[in-house]
Design a protein around this ligand. Sequence first.
Ligand code: SF4
Ligand code: SF4
Length: 116
Amino acid sequence: MAIIITDECINCDACIVECPNNAIYEPDQEWAFSDETELSGMVTTLDGRQVDADASNEPISDEFYFIASDKCTECKGFHDEPQCAAVCPVDCCIPDENHVETEEYLLQKKAWLHAE
Ligand code: SF4
Ligand code: SF4
């Protein structure tokens, strides 16, 4: 499943550089599928949505750091554990029960993001 940042976040900025998929954004920052991935132009997500990878999407939080769940692979394929959770000083990076995904699916998502 994807990881979610809760409102316990203290906006310390420690997690953002750790994410191999650039799925973490600052409060009130627009996000795009193409940010630091191989995606560009119109693409089809693994769950069948047509999206413009270069389009700017609305910030998910204007108060705390947030994770674009479409880009979070729980670090599968890169690391043994979610790196944001590993470095977070207040343990506010937790499994997102609304985005439960299998390891196989997360690995497919990683390959999709990085065009492997
Ligand atoms: S679990 Fe990994 S891929 Fe997901 S947001 Fe955290 S650092 Fe990024
Ligand atoms: S490391 Fe934790 S507290 Fe710091 S910005 Fe990331 S989620 Fe927020």
